[in-house]
Design a protein around this ligand. Structure first.
Ligand code: SF4
Ligand code: SF4
Length: 401
């Protein structure tokens, strides 16, 4: 028998969900049409009706650690059919945004990513940082050479040498001559490490909460999570995600699957490009730029074009679909992804057109976009990819289909 649940309404949480795009939540009169209409909801205890009542009562604990909110793919089928205009798909999206903020640390940064007034800081801080790094790279090469020699003494067979990344590329436009590859890596590698730690801590709390809710609701009798089985479930879920099978079950916004897939595969392609370029630089002693016919260049260009087109279609769909709420958080991440892809392509085009300083300027904007994407990953809408993957894995692990 499940434990007694004592309702503790949280008015602040209701206001938060409303502010994140769920302002219609109080319109729900619990007819359950949405749960019947949802093509994804499991038969046992389907969403989103139960989440709508929990949201309108401000039952934060019931929602934040509820894996079902992440199984929803915001297709909008339920919103289309809701007789009260309560837009359950948008309410669940707002609850997911609140959950990302709740699990993220530090909270101040999570709130800043949700606050349009803080946007100048989110852009301005990396803008100033990369401008300083560009100034040093372009004006203090000799000083940096001495510092590197003093620190590393030409370690790793001469690879830990300041000028290493620039050898042979002084007379062509190479972005390492604008912001040193060392500086780029010294910025992004620690950032990636910090983001990974923040994310892992958040995911640990998230998994504990999903599991505790499942225990409370009598969906499992296991007192603790079997992480080995959860990881196995994760690998079983990967093909579903790659094929976007859940998206394809939707009707109202079925067309969302294609641009979503384009963006996902672009990131996979760009990840491969970054990994190969990093290995070629540090292990193969090859700094680039790569010739146009090199397969890595092909992959980078195709992924860049797909990223621009995919995110561009997503922006257009949001602008066209007046019935679907698009919160600031959605615009922030869509804008960052689109600018990231566009500046990546324009940087390359300006370089090929021998517009050196135009290329450097666009590359500077590109670095700012990369920083905004990665440094704020656990706090931005992008985090939903990871939370959804974990929630889908937990549902698979718990046989909730
Ligand atoms: S959200 Fe709409 S469809 Fe769902 S239970 Fe409430 S009123 Fe009915
Ligand atoms: S938006 Fe789509 S996936 Fe989400 S609850 Fe509604 S019908 Fe289900």
């Amino acid at each position: 028998m499940s434990e007694k649940y004592i309702a503790q309404p949280d008015l602040g949480f209701i206001a938060q969900v409303r502010g994140l795009g769920g302002e219609t939540l109080k319109k729900c009169f619990q007819c359950a049409t949405c749960s019947v209409a949802c093509p994804i909801a499991p038969e046992d205890s389907p969403f989103p009706r139960k989440e709508m009542i929990a949201a309108s009562w401000g039952l934060k604990d019931k929602l934040i650690g509820n894996g079902d909110i992440w199984l929803c793919h915001q297709c909008g089928d339920c919103t289309d059919l809701c007789p009260r205009g309560a837009a359950p798909g948008d309410v669940l999206s707002a609850v997911r945004s609140a959950a990302i903020t709740e699990y993220a640390t530090p909270k101040a940064l999570a709130k800043a990513v949700n606050d349009p007034k803080k946007l100048p800081f989110l852009i301005g801080i990396p803008a100033v940082w990369f401008a300083i790094l560009a100034f040093i790279t372009m004006n203090f090469g000799d000083t940096m050479t001495k510092i590197f020699n003093a620190l590393f003494g030409g370690g790793l067979g001469g690879r830990l040498n300041w000028s290493h990344a620039h050898e042979g590329v002084e007379h062509v436009i190479a972005h390492a001559n604008f912001v040193s590859t060392w500086f780029v890596d010294m910025t992004f590698i620690p950032t990636a490490g910090l983001v990974t730690i923040v994310f892992l801590l958040a995911l640990k709390r998230f998994i504990d909460d999903i599991h505790n809710n499942a225990v409370l609701e009598g969906k499992t009798d296991k007192t603790s999570v079997d992480y080995k089985a959860l990881v196995q479930a994760f690998f079983r879920v990967i093909p579903t995600v790659l094929k976007h099978e859940k998206f394809n079950e939707c009707e109202a916004n079925k067309e969302r699957a294609t641009p979503h897939m384009m963006v996902l595969y672009s990131f996979i392609g760009l990840f491969i490009v970054t990994a190969v370029c990093g290995m070629m630089l540090y292990l193969g002693n090859y700094p680039g730029p790569y010739p146009q016919l090199n397969p890595i260049k092909w992959l980078a260009n195709i992924a860049g074009v797909a990223l621009v087109i995919g995110s561009g279609i997503m922006i257009k769909n949001r602008l066209d679909n007046k019935d679907q709420v698009t919160a600031y958080k959605d615009w922030f991440i869509l804008g960052v992804v689109f600018i990231l892809g566009l500046t990546g392509l324009l940087t390359e085009m300006a370089r090929l057109a021998h517009l050196e300083y135009v290329s450097y300027f666009i590359y500077w904007v590109h670095l700012i976009a990369i920083f905004n994407l990665f440094a704020f990953l656990p706090f931005s809408k992008m985090a939903h990819l990871v939370y959804r993957l974990v929630a889908m894995s937990y549902a698979e692990y718990g046989n909730r289909r």
